[in-house]
Design a protein around this ligand. Sequence first.
Ligand code: HEM
Length: 193
Amino acid sequence: MNVNFLNLLLTVILAFFFDTEALSPHYYDHTCPKADQIVTNAVKKAMANDKTVPAALSRMHFHDCFIRGCDASVLLDSKGKNKAEKDGPPNISLHAFYVIDNAKKALEEQCPGVVSCADIVSLAARYAVALSGGPTWEVPKGRKDGKVSKAIETRQLPAPTFNISQLRQSFGQRGLSMHDLVVLSGITDFPYT
Ligand code: HEM
């Protein structure tokens, strides 16, 4: 067996056992080139009618990512005996879910079954912050939507009573540094226009 073949074999085995598909800012370039524009339009339209939308979307993204990663599990509704994240105490005051629904609807008309809700939440938060005069950042896309959502896991969100050590630990458990904690907290302070 030559080295190239061994490399190929290893790649195939790794891809089989682990979902190694990398996130990329160009993920939808061919399958849904207008994805970013469609999400921006949904956010812009909502912001024109409701100034609380940017705050709501940035918080929604944060609360989604903290529990099970950025997988849109925060959007799932409670079903039967399962109480979903959305109905966990820290998430009761989340709002503006309709912005994500509107973006998803527009995307489904343009490119059905392509863009994940997890990517929509990430993009919507980015636009909400940027369009309000805050910073912007690149959003790598290709996130998969989660199917599990448990209200009890919202206990993992930092509590308003946390001191700085507890906040540091909470963010640290998700690979976020003290710098990230300060920057993310600062985003909540951007000027609303
Ligand atoms: C550092 C730890 C954090 C704690 C303990 C915390 C806690 C809270 C609490 C208790 C509220 C009030 C909720 C209510 O009115 O019921 C709130 C609101 C809010 N939080 Fe956080 N938060 C944190 C970090 C963040 C981060 C990282 C973001 C976004 C990047 C964020 C975005 C917001 C926004 C935008 C609101 C206002 C929401 C609205 O008015 O719709 N927070 N937060």
